[in-house]
Design a protein around this ligand. Sequence first.
Ligand SMILES: [Zn+2]
Length: 214
Amino acid sequence: MKYIQLPVNPFSMNCYFYFDEVSKEGVIFDPAAYDEYEMENIRQIIKDHSIKIKYIINTHGHIDHILGNKFAKDYFDVPILMNEKDMVFYKNTEKQKKMYGLDFPALPPVDEFIDENSNISVGDIEFKILHTPGHSPGSLTFIDDKYKNIICGDVIFKDSIGRTDLPFGDYHELMNSIDNILLPNVKDDYTLLPGHMDITTVGREKQLNPFIAE
Ligand SMILES: [Zn+2]
């Protein structure tokens, strides 16, 4: 297993390539490239590592995570997966484009809605999915128990947590997701791959993250 973190777009959102180094099969989380330079970076990484992407996965439906879906769908031609509860954002991108002063092509439909009962496996990688709402209603967390990695979108960050002041955000729901859904399912030596900023570990955040530390 190998993962590659690539920050993209004006929001410095982390796109992740996550793949099996033997079969080369993998998934791409939030391929939200905004300009041609970023799209070319994604294509180059795919070529350099000969990755065969099987799914485009959106950790949640916020604009900084989905704005590259047209590019990704055209390039990879594989299903787009997301939780249905975040369609409220997905369907509303024209308005958000104006609000944020962004320009990107209309999004293709989500191909499959996924939730905590879905199974995703590619190569020798298997993801357990948790529904971890609060930052957004449809925020999902993907856990690879074999390699001890967590793709958590904007649920937890190094030293912080996801915003809850956006529409449909809920601080208490987010803390419940972290304390009672996410953390009980993982151990201190698991790596957290968040949607913004640096990669960290569960143990480090339990100790130092002011929102999580006891
Ligand atoms: Zn977000």
